[in-house]
Design a protein around this ligand. Structure first.
Ligand code: C2E
Ligand code: MG
Ligand code: MG
Ligand code: MG
Length: 286
């Protein structure tokens, strides 16, 4: 009986699929609510020139201040929104919030390059460049050349023709691009040649083990060589020790981010951090 009335209520009822949809939709609804409630926050990780001991910029990294579970990292919630409208909404928020912060720093006399991570769906959606242009127009004191958009290597390769075209449109506005997690996405030299990004970011997985693993070291060396040959800037991410930084400098990579320099921090901490940061002696001598 119950079964039958259930059938009458729902035309197509697949209990497994239904439970899946409900748990997913629940989380999506929660995330959407979190966005409305202002529970997301951008943290900023400094990017430095190791040899010159100079702070050159910062990367915006999203965090969720969850009311019960505390501070959540992107790995805990970004996968949930993949391919959903919320990915675009959150992406819009990140862009807007990042530019607003860049504008504040400019006003305070802190002229940093700001790197913003862009999802695959976000960059490929119709009207992305128009939206970007509108955002930039609302913060006229932010030089577009100080904004760098980071696109994952795997996403860029997904549809290289379209992504390259969008990149060129953004270049017209003065923006810059970085290929994030470089080395993880099977880039061939031909692909790199067609990808109009100014910067390659060496994936942290290679940096992490490069002092113990000759193959990782070779990959890091290879990416640096590639960047030099193609006249791209190269940044190492995930630099956790002074020794890794020294080795990177020896191989010709001068820009770095990582815990050896600073962990991602709140926006209002960055100014003071920049004022007091000193590179290690070894890097200045390298
Ligand atoms: P990513 O863009 O490659 O960012 C680098 C990640 O490495 C960040 O993790 C950062 O906190 C972490 N990290 C930095 N230095 C070190 C280090 O020395 N050691 C180690 N072990 N980790 C380090 P996070 O913040 O958890 O972000 C993870 C990924 O989530 C990012 O990787 C990026 O792909 C994505 N993401 C973060 N924020 C956004 C966003 O606003 N939009 C989009 N689309 N993706 C984002
Ligand atoms: Mg990134
Ligand atoms: Mg990365
Ligand atoms: Mg990564």
């Amino acid at each position: 009986e119950a079964k039958q009335s259930g059938k009458n209520r729902l035309h197509i009822f697949d209990p497994v699929q239904d439970a899946e949809l409900k748990s997913r939709a629940g989380s999506l609804a929660e995330l959407r609510q979190a966005l409305n409630a202002g529970e997301f926050e951008l943290y900023y990780q400094p990017k430095v020139h190791m040899r010159e001991g100079r702070v050159v910029g910062a990367e915006a990294l999203i965090r969720w201040n969850h009311p019960e579970r505390g501070l959540l990292l992107p790995a805990a919630f970004l996968p949930l929104i993949n391919g959903h409208l919320l990915e675009e909404l959150l992406g819009d928020w990140v862009l807007e919030q990042g530019l607003r912060q860049a504008s504040t720093w400019q006003r305070q006399g802190l002229d940093l390059q700001l790197s913003i991570n862009i999802g695959a769906r976000q960059i490929q959606r119709p009207g992305f460049t128009a939206h970007l242009a509108a955002c930039l127009a609302s913060y006229p004191n932010v030089p577009p050349g100080r904004i760098e958009l980071e696109v994952l290597e795997s996403n860029a390769l997904d549809d290289i023709e379209q992504v390259s075209r969008i990149m060129r449109e953004c270049h017209q506005m003065g923006l810059r691009f970085a290929v994030d997690d470089f080395g993880t996405g099977y880039s061939s030299l031909t692909y790199l040649r067609r990808l109009p990004a100014e910067t390659l970011k060496i994936d942290q997985s290679f940096v992490r083990d490069m002092l113990d693993d000759a193959e990782d070291l070779a990959i890091v060396q290879g990416v640096i060589g590639l960047a030099q040959a193609f006249r791209r800037e190269v940044v190492a991410e995930g630099v956790e020790t002074q020794a890794q930084g020294t080795q990177l400098l020896a191989m010709g990579c001068e820009l770095a981010q990582g815990h050896a320099i600073a962990r991602p921090m709140r926006a209002d901490e960055l100014m003071a951090w920049c004022a007091q940061w000193r590179p290690c002696e070894a890097w200045l001598r390298a």
